[in-house]
Design a protein around this ligand. Structure first.
Ligand SMILES: *Cc1c(COP(=O)(O)O)cnc(C)c1O
Length: 359
């Protein structure tokens, strides 16, 4: 058996140790004689799994007691609608920072409710740098400010947390758990699981409790944060196996030294890959240095005709899923927590060798 290095943006690589533990527990979970997949979500065994996962996530991110942690479904995309529905019940306008494709998808859902004001857009620089803090111009009736911490497709990561006096709502799908964050700066944080948490099927929402009372009347029950908070995220059958696997990842993260340790490793991984890109005339990355993503690193070949050759040879070398998003082209290496530093080293080695042969 060989496990290759998988640079997919999502669903992404999971730690081998986590998959091995899931494999050991697959048929008979801790002597109970059944798989987690086959358990009632209301059984005491599953409740213990669910509570442990939440407690570990709270510990990893130092989530204060006045925040609820929700395990929902529908992905981060469902929360693009969930945000305006849950926060605009008292009127006001959803304010949005536009730093790329995921920002825009969030904006579009608020537009369906005729309530989206764009405070600033990186379109002015073709999405290569985040707008400066001084350039964010909020509407007078702003109910919240939404932004995407890390644009998974463009490879643009924010280098500051906006401080505007209105509740801050953040899509952290591709950067949550990659570094410490100060939760108290935020009203709402949400993240789809399949990048840096666990398998697909779950979206985690962390919401300050005073913001649970602002939902619009037409909000469907399964999108209502308060209903999830009041019912331990067990309003209906949750994605039990994805919840369990996410819990195994949290446990693994704690064993690695938590998000502080991950941040050091992630910074080192990203720095050496950007260094290799910058040192060559063969590869390029267009993002301003301050906004270069630590998680998703797009790079272009000077000669685009070589793209398919690069991808084929990379795959043969055990480096999978390096094709860039169709809207950007070129390559993209997603290097979340589960990507070992050895995987990045192997990619850099491959890139140097490829350049020597084709440059
Ligand atoms: C992947 C991603 C999404 C969409 O996630 P789904 O779970 O597929 O809905 C939203 N925002 C960001 C930043 C992402 O990376």
């Amino acid at each position: 058996m060989t496990r290759h290095f998988n640079f997919c943006s999502g669903p992404a690589m999971l730690p081998t140790a986590v998959l091995e533990r899931a494999q050991q527990e697959m048929l008979d979970y801790q002597g109970k004689g059944l798989s987690v997949m086959e358990m009632s979500h209301r059984s005491s065994d599953f409740m213990a799994i669910a509570e442990r996962a939440e407690a570990d996530l709270r510990e990893l991110l130092a989530v204060p007691d006045n925040y609820s942690v929700l395990f929902m479904q529908g992905g981060a995309t469902m929360q693009f609608a969930g945000v305006p529905l849950n926060l605009l019940g008292n009127g006001g306008t959803g304010n949005y920072l536009d730093t790329g494709i995921w920002s825009q998808k969030a904006i579009r859902e608020a537009e369906h409710l005729d309530s989206a004001h764009v405070v600033a857009s990186a379109s002015d620089n073709r999405y290569t740098a985040a707008p400066a803090p001084a350039d964010l111009s909020l509407s007078d009736d702003a109910a919240y400010l939404h932004y995407c911490e890390n644009e998974t497709i463009g490879g643009l990561q924010m280098d500051y947390v906006p401080d505007t006096g209105v509740p801050l709502v953040c899509d952290m799908s591709s950067s949550i758990l990659s570094k410490p964050i100060d939760i108290t700066r935020y009203g709402v944080i949400y993240a789809g699981a399949q990048k840096n948490i666990g398998p697909a099927g779950i979206v985690i929402v962390i919401v300050r409790n005073d913001l649970l009372e602002r939902a619009r009347r037409e909000t469907p029950t399964l999108l209502k944060w308060k209903a999830f908070a009041d019912n331990g995220s067990m309003l209906n059958t949750p994605a039990t196996y994805a919840w369990y696997l996410s819990g195994l990842v949290f446990d693994w993260l704690k064993g690695q030294g938590g998000v502080e340790a991950m941040a050091r490793i992630n910074a080192r991984k990203a720095a050496k890959l950007y260094e290799a890109i910058d040192a060559s005339g063969f590869y390029g990355n267009p993002i301003a240095p301050a906004n270069r993503s630590q998680m998703n690193i797009p790079f272009m070949l000077a000669d685009e005709a070589l793209n398919p050759v690069f991808l084929n040879e990379a795959e043969e070398a055990g480096l999978l899923n390096l094709k860039g998003h169709r809207s950007v082209g070129g390559m993209r290496a997603s290097i979340y927590n589960a990507m070992p530093e050895a995987g990045v080293d192997r990619l850099i080695e491959f890139m140097r060798d490829f350049e020597q042969r084709h440059g």
